[in-house]
Design a protein around this ligand. Structure first.
Ligand code: HEM
Length: 233
């Protein structure tokens, strides 16, 4: 078993499974963040953030999510090193001589680094403040849960203030576009590695992957831009 995950295909398998898991997380994250666009002063978004912060299932999922990122990043590094040693400038294990010779497929590593850079900024913006350091903007908001007024963190106020700075919005747009390009190849490549590799599935997964990737990327970018343009108080 340990031999499997040291082999090239084993490493690729771990990257694919972790990558597809991270895409599922992103779809859920985007769905919850879309509540930021409901013009209710952040009530729905705060309720959703409160649910996510207190739900035991989500708490169990959090370390698994971290593990998903760690596995994906470490194995991406290992595979990139291994491939560049073995094959000179043919850097990515899926093989750029197959159907997909897109720019994305040849630049997954640099796109991944851009997304990672964005993620560090993003975690510092929200996660660190909400989980560890706190922020005056988070001071309680009141929402109604099951007919009862409940005091919750004002996550909306923090997000809204963060997106009042143009440079932050630009960083989010660049990060989200890099993410979309990364995923447009990653989705297809992930399914190919786990076995959907015939011609029919390749074409289907290419199209579905591109659609999902750009929904995710443009979705996050649009939320940041719309918050900046239309939701500032
Ligand atoms: C408009 C864009 C985005 C907004 C408004 C947003 C908002 C947030 C907020 C408020 C949190 C803290 C949640 C909490 O601690 O309870 C968070 C966490 C997180 N975000 Fe985002 N996010 C955005 C885009 C992204 C993107 C593009 C990625 C991945 C590339 C991402 C990955 C994460 C991760 C890994 C966490 C930590 C895990 C979690 O708390 O769920 N986010 N985000």
């Amino acid at each position: 078993m340990s031999n499997l995950f040291c082999s090239s295909i084993g490493k690729k398998l771990l990257m694919s499974i972790s990558g597809l898991f991270l895409i599922t997380f992103l779809l859920l994250h985007l769905t919850l963040n879309s509540f930021l666009l409901i013009p209710d002063g952040g009530e729905m978004f705060n309720a959703a953030a409160h649910f996510m912060a207190t739900n035991p299932l989500i708490k169990v999922m959090e370390p698994i999510l971290v593990l998903g990122f760690v596995v994906h990043i470490i194995y991406a590094g290992l595979l990139t090193l291994q491939n560049s040693k073995a094959r000179g400038n043919q850097r990515y294990a899926s093989g750029s001589k197959t159907l997909d010779v897109s720019w994305a497929s040849k630049n997954m590593w640099i796109l991944g680094l851009a997304v990672l850079g964005f993620l560090v900024v993003h975690i510092a913006n929200f996660y660190v403040k909400m989980k560890f350091t706190g922020d005056p903007l988070l001071n309680e908001a009141s929402i109604i849960i099951g007919g009862v007024h409940t005091e919750v963190e004002n996550a909306y106020a923090l997000v809204n203030k963060t997106f009042s700075f143009l440079w932050v919005v630009i960083v989010y747009v660049i990060g989200s576009v890099a993410l979309a390009i990364h995923l447009s190849h990653g989705f297809w490549s992930g399914f190919q590695t786990i076995g959907f590799s015939n011609e029919v599935w390749r074409v289907r997964l290419n199209v579905v992957g591109a659609v999902i990737a750009w929904i995710i990327g443009l979705g996050f970018a649009l939320i940041a831009v719309l918050q900046y343009l239309f939701y500032q108080v």
